[in-house]
Design a protein around this ligand. Structure first.
Ligand code: TLP
Length: 352
């Protein structure tokens, strides 16, 4: 059986564009081959059911739903919790706002009330101040959205004290909390706590199997059994009901049972990479933001030019601002590739 998932010639590329780029592990290929499957829309794919049970148990929720993407899991959550015209409170650079092409307005029809943050963490007092009671004039706040770790802040962790504060505020005002926990396992591993300790502060949690956990496709939405029953209808409405999706869920089970602890390696490599790059001419790295598997590199030169020069040296990354580049560590980037990335940055910074 052929299990090399790399396009010929591209195995040696140092791909730091995202942790979404990981190829399936040999164990995932074996799991796919061996997976019993059924029809998940009809509710009888045993591998999907097993994955959903496992995810719910790990997150400390009653139930879970397998979704094709993190975007769909988030948007299904919004549509399930909210009615059109409801307000959500959300951090101003959240993925739900920045990278989901306006879906919250188009699909759930919610009004997004945005708040500033410090490294992704909104000030709880400010959150409380902005909860609106619905009246003739204003939309009512239905949901507080949190992102942990926070992507655009550089993979930063939302402090547990803030997570607890958001939950308490929500309970006081009768609103709900949705956590975009695409990288909740990075947050847990970096803090040495369980995902359940983070997830208990939210009514619903989405997380991705296809990022640091290495699956080719898939995300989970977790919450109460009643919430997941309603979310399943929304997933169907989105066209997200899949059939023999046990093939994909089999990889998700490998992700949750075998790929969690290794996230610590990505975090250590991110620190090493950030420290080395911060010393180079024309580059700087705010190391206090390097908390998990991402490094935001500030460049004196236009980021686009630096990214294209690195690309010619076989190091791929993405600009996230006019003078900022994001590097993401993951299972397909080992120590040797980190060394190659550092060398490529050295070469580019010398020639600038
Ligand atoms: N993030 C991707 C891009 O969309 C930016 C990346 O490369 O980081 N929540 C968060 C916090 C995310 O970072 C992402 C993906 C998602 C949701 C959406 O997941 P997918 O890509 O599966 O829809």
């Amino acid at each position: 059986m052929k299990t090399d998932p790399f396009t010929p010639g591209l195995r040696d590329v140092v791909d730091l564009r995202s942790d979404t780029v990981t190829r399936p592990t040999p164990e995932m290929y074996e799991a796919m081959l061996a997976a019993p499957v059924g029809d998940d829309v009809l509710g009888d794919d045993p591998t999907v059911l097993e994955l959903e049970k496992l995810a719910a148990r790990m997150l400390g929720k009653e139930a879970a739903l397998f979704a094709p993407s993190g975007t769909m899991a988030n948007q299904v959550a919004l549509a399930t919790h909210c009615a059109p015209g409801d307000a959500i409170l959300i951090e101003e650079e959240a993925h739900i706002l920045y990278y989901e092409v306006g879906a919250s307005g188009v699909i759930a029809g919610v009004v997004s009330w945005t708040l500033p943050s410090q490294r992704g963490a909104m000030d709880p007092e400010n959150v409380e101040r902005h909860i609106l009671k619905r009246n003739l004039h204003t939309p009512g706040t239905k949901l507080i959205c949190i992102e942990n770790t926070h992507n655009r802040a550089g993979g930063t962790i939302i402090p547990q004290a803030s997570m607890v504060a958001y939950r308490e505020i929500a309970q006081r005002h009768g609103v709900l909390v949705h956590l975009d926990g695409a990288r909740i396992f990075n947050a847990a591993v970096a803090q040495g706590i369980s995902v359940e300790q983070i997830a208990r502060n939210a009514d619903s949690v989405s997380f991705c199997l296809s990022k640091g956990l290495g699956s080719p496709v898939g995300s989970m939405l977790c919450g109460s059994a009643e919430f997941i029953d309603r979310a399943r209808i929304w997933r169907k409405r989105f066209g997200g009901g899949m059939r023999q999706s046990g093939i994909l869920a089999a990889c998700g089970i490998v992700s949750l049972t075998k790929m969690v602890d290794r996230l610590a390696d990505d975090h250590a490599r991110a620190k090493r990479l950030g420290e080395s790059l911060g010393k180079l001419q024309g580059l700087s790295v705010a190391m206090e933001t390097v908390q998990t598997n991402m490094v935001l590199v500030d460049t004196e030169q236009a980021a686009e030019g630096v990214v294209s020069a690195l690309g010619k040296l076989g190091v791929w990354c993405l600009p996230v601002g006019a003078r900022q580049i994001r590097l993401v560590l993951h299972a397909d980037v080992d120590d040797a590739k980190v060394d190659r990335a550092i060398k490529a940055f050295q070469a580019v910074s010398r020639s600038a």
